[in-house]
Design a protein around this ligand. Structure first.
Ligand code: SF4
Length: 454
């Protein structure tokens, strides 16, 4: 497999199966993101998400943070790693932001790294998440996973970043960062990668070398090879041992010496005992193989809406990206495409929105009004709609009242992790306000056509 093929294989897998990948840090504006990313160095996102709500409540912007003392900030973040240093960095960062950058977080990597507490990784995260730049932040997961897969041959994060940037198409760089992080966090674990559930084994260099690594007989990869290829050999071996054990007994224990107390133990022992021991060992291995193959994998079933065809569509009201109030009562007599999506500007949601944009004129001819709904605010919607020239309204359901009314918030699976979020679902509402179709299996790339074909 060439390097290019390896990259293609990995990117295609993630593009198709993990269209939405984003940071697990919770934030609602650039200031909060940079603070959260500074805090997250050498610490888990989970821990950071526990401390930031209180910090952001009391210090909601750079001005407030700049006026605080590092001792005060320490008390808010004492449970994260290196709280002393991070408290100082945060206060100094806020001051520099006000004094040197007029309070605006810079988009340039070289400028970003001037801020206290901001290293290259943090700068890349900020540049890619806030400014949509094709920047690859390399943390421990990205570094490990890309090396294992064979995407990189790096000994420093900078080398890893440069190699990844070289081969990943620009439009996927920012998302690839999250793909690799999440894969490393939930599947390709540092100590014991879960190769048995990993969908990337075909492209993975580490997996391939492990399968022939005799020095690691207990590695999972080797077990896999045993499972696949060696069952017939084991059966053969069992048969041979049976034969050799019985023939050894026959040879060394002639009838006249078969009586227990008369059999010359020394002549029977070595061959027969060895054969029996082998037989027991093989039996044990076979049992292990059987047990392994019998492990049943429980299939995760994601939440889906309880609303169904023929139900009365719940009423809704929310502002769109232009601040215009959109209400279901004003749309009586129209067919509505009400589509729920996880987040603005993410790959899957972008594909879905663009597909609806491209078919918009045909949907309009059929008297359809297209409305997108997510929990993003008006500002995020505006940015998203402008960037992709979307000709329809995106409702800012920030309090998630519409999302909940349509029962599209629930448990889903992403990169092996199970969590709650917006389930991608589209409702077609007819002129009478009844649900005419519920589309759970949204085909993001061709969703417009999917609706027209109903
Ligand atoms: S096959 Fe194993 S080592 Fe390779 S990416 Fe998957 S989990 Fe990691």
């Amino acid at each position: 497999m060439t390097l290019k093929e390896r990259y293609n294989g990995v990117i295609n897998y993630f593009k198709t199966n993990v269209p939405v990948a984003e940071t697990e840090l919770q934030y609602s504006n650039p200031y909060e993101l940079i603070v959260a990313v500074i805090l997250s160095a050498q610490c888990t996102d989970k821990r950071i998400n526990q401390v930031t709500p209180k910090l952001f409540r009391d210090y909601p912007n750079a001005e407030a943070l700049a006026s605080a003392s590092s001792d005060t900030i320490f008390n808010y973040i004492r449970s994260v790693s290196y709280p002393n240093n991070k408290a100082k960095h945060l206060v100094n960062m806020a001051n520099m932001l006000l004094n040197d950058f007029k309070g605006v977080i810079p988009s340039d990597i070289d400028e970003l790294v001037k801020l206290p507490g901001v290293g290259r990784k943090t700068a890349n995260v900020v540049a890619s998440v806030i400014y949509d730049k094709p920047a690859m932040a390399v943390d421990t997961h990205v570094f490990r996973v890309s090396n294992r897969l064979g995407l990189t041959k790096a000994i420093t994060p900078l080398q890893s970043e440069q190699q990844l940037i070289k081969y990943i198409p620009e439009q996927y760089v920012a998302t690839a960062h999250h793909w690799l992080i999440l894969h490393g966090r939930y599947t390709c674990l540092a100590r014991t990668p879960k190769c048995e559930i990993c969908p990337l084994t075909e492209c993975c260099l580490y997996f391939k070398t492990k399968t022939i690594n005799k020095s690691a007989p207990h590695s999972l990869s080797n077990k896999k090879v045993t499972l696949k290829n060696d069952i017939p050999k084991l059966v053969m071996a069992t048969k041979k041992i049976k034969t050799s054990a019985s023939s050894a007994t026959k040879k060394t224990a002639p009838k006249k010496l078969a009586a227990k107390n008369t059999a010359p133990k020394a002549s029977i022992k070595p061959a027969a005992k060895k054969a029996v021991a082998k037989k027991v060992a093989v039996k044990k291995s076979t049992t292990v193989v059987k047990k392994t193959t019998e492990v049943k994998q429980t299939k995760f079933v994601a939440h889906s809406t309880s609303l169904k065809m023929g139900d009365k569509a719940p009423a809704f009201k929310a502002k769109d990206q232009n601040g215009k109030l959109i209400s279901s009562t004003d749309l009586k007599g129209k067919n509505i495409v009400l589509y729920f999506y996880p987040k603005d500007n993410t790959p899957g949601c972008t594909m879905e929105a663009c597909s609806l944009r491209d078919e918009h004129q045909y949907l309009s001819k059929k008297n359809f009004v297209v409305l997108g709904v997510s929990a993003d605010d008006e500002k995020m919607h505006k940015k998203f709609a402008t960037k992709y020239d979307l000709p329809f309204s995106l409702l800012a359901d920030t309090d998630m009242s519409i999302i909940k009314a349509y029962d599209v918030w629930g448990t889903k699976q992403f990169m092996g992790k199970i969590y709650d979020g917006i389930i991608r679902t589209t409702f077609i509402i007819n002129e009478k306000g009844l649900i005419a179709h519920v589309i759970n299996d949204v085909k993001t790339k061709e969703h417009g056509k999917q609706i027209l074909d109903l």
